[in-house]
Design a protein around this ligand. Structure first.
Ligand code: UDX
Length: 432
């Protein structure tokens, strides 16, 4: 099939490359000409494992094309996916839909024959109706159909999540057009993905409700972790014990320093604003937002306690600063609060992250980027494991601790407390 992806961010570029890899012809559109030039020169501006190769291969086979001319892409496509960003709006924390509506207006100018328009961006319930109105302002109803097809891609695992989704959700009342999308996703359905169709608002709601639930699940186990620490219970056992109940499920039940990224923080806030708009107080999600924000502070302040309230002059190594592994994304990462806090308290900080140095910290005095684990951990008082990158999972602390006294604060519970005790290292973790 011939497809256009409007927006070449995480969602548009990954989905576009994966659709091309399934044999479709895909036009990826972005108004950022510089980004399009980079992509046409085989430079992929997104850190996503496997994406470079996927883009290069499909670009070479001429299945994947990049342009900043939306008109060409729409005219040459039957299905147009809107994949532009929906950041939080400054004023009331709802989703800012200006880019979505701009794309809809541009698309309506280029419709020359029947087109299927699909929102893949995360949009509040009812946005599809607004997009339809925008296009109706210029085109007759019979020339287009607007559907919702939310994505469930995790950063760092996006290609895998596209290829092996638990479900493909389509929101439309038009059976014929829904069938067309089912055909497009056929290769994934054949490999086990469930195709679920509902109406357009239903699909829009599924996306927000799913992300808000996952954030709730994480905050839930984080708070149970707090209680486990007080009662001498190992939260890892609780996660496993709970997760074996198929009604609960073990995934997204791992304690951490607070969830980050662009989606959970943005989507939880946006759905509570939608709730307020419809005079329906989503009190549970509101408390999840508060709990998560508070957690960032609590766990950062815990470092002060671990250092017996003497942070000034202390040397601290931070391993991993991104919000999760296999991404260079720093959005809403708890390290953005933790590092400036410790720096202000007079600590000397060295950090290492496999995705490279971060501008977020470049202006901070006594905060230095190191190129590897050993350089970061040399002669420090405390090692903080903040992000669970694979290379942090088998550090030889025995060798590292030779002749040096340092503490470890493992915010991802990568190591065993017992083993650390045997090594004579004072080891702190979460919920244990
Ligand atoms: C999320 C959703 O998972 C995805 O379906 C949606 O399309 C986009 O938002 P993403 O934000 O990329 O994906 O990453 P995810 O793996 O969900 O992690 C989000 C945050 O939750 C990270 O900070 C991670 O460290 C944290 N997390 C995740 C936990 O603390 N515990 C867990 O068990 C899982």
């Amino acid at each position: 099939m011939k497809i256009a992806m409007i927006g070449t961010g995480y969602v548009g570029l990954v989905s576009g490359a994966c659709f091309a890899d399934l044999g479709n012809t895909v036009w990826c559109v972005d108004k950022d000409k510089e980004k399009i030039d980079m992509l046409n020169n085989n430079i992929v501006p997104i850190y996503e494992p496997g994406l470079n190769e996927l883009v290069k291969k499909n670009f070479l086979f001429n299945r994947l094309k990049f342009t900043s001319d939306l008109n060409i892409a729409v005219k040459n496509s039957d299905i147009i996916f809107i994949c532009v960003g929906t950041p939080l709006s400054k004023k009331n924390k709802s989703a800012d839909l200006q880019y979505v509506f701009k794309a809809a207006t541009e698309i309506s100018k280029s419709i020359n024959k029947f087109k299927i328009i699909v929102t893949k961006s995360t949009v509040p319930v009812g946005t599809g109706d607004k997009i339809e109105k925008i296009i109706l302002g210029r085109k007759k109803k019979k020339l287009f159909e607007v559907l919702s097809n939310p994505e469930f891609l995790r950063e760092g695992e996006a290609i895998r999540d596209f290829r092996f989704p638990d479900r493909v959700v389509i929101g439309s009342n038009n059976k014929k057009v829904t069938k067309k999308l089912e055909t497009l996703y056929e290769p994934l359905i054949k490999k086990g993905a469930i195709f679920f169709s509902t109406n357009r608002k239903g699909a829009e709601m599924i996306k927000y409700a799913s992300n808000a639930f996952l954030a709730t699940k994480i905050s839930y186990i984080n708070e149970i972790g707090n209680l486990c620490e007080k009662t001498g219970v190992n939260v890892e056992d609780v996660s496993i014990g709970m997760g074996l109940d198929k009604r609960i499920g073990g995934r997204f039940l791992r304690v951490g320093p607070a969830y980050g990224g662009s989606c959970f923080p943005k989507d939880t806030k946006a759905i509570t604003v939608t709730g307020d708009l419809y005079r329906t107080n989503l009190s549970i999600i509101k408390s999840v937002i508060k709990s998560n924000e508070k957690r960032k502070r609590i766990l950062t302040e815990r470092i002060k306690v671990i250092l017996s309230n003497k942070v000034k002059g202390k040397k601290i190594a931070i391993l991993g600063v991104t919000f999760k592994p296999n991404t260079d994304d720093m959005r809403q990462s708890s390290s953005l609060l933790m590092i400036p806090y410790l720096q202000k308290k007079g600590a000397n900080i060295k950090y290492y992250d496999p995705s490279g140095e971060k501008n977020n910290f470049s202006k901070l005095k006594n905060v230095t980027f190191c190129k590897n684990i050993n350089e970061a951990c040399k002669n420090v008082d405390l090692i903080v494991i903040h992000t669970e990158w694979d290379e942090f999972k088998s550090i030889d602390f025995k060798r590292l601790s030779r002749g040096k006294k340092f503490k470890i604060y493992d915010m991802r519970n990568l190591y065993s407390s017992e083993k650390m005790k045997k090594l004579g290292i004072s080891y702190y973790s979460i919920g244990r």
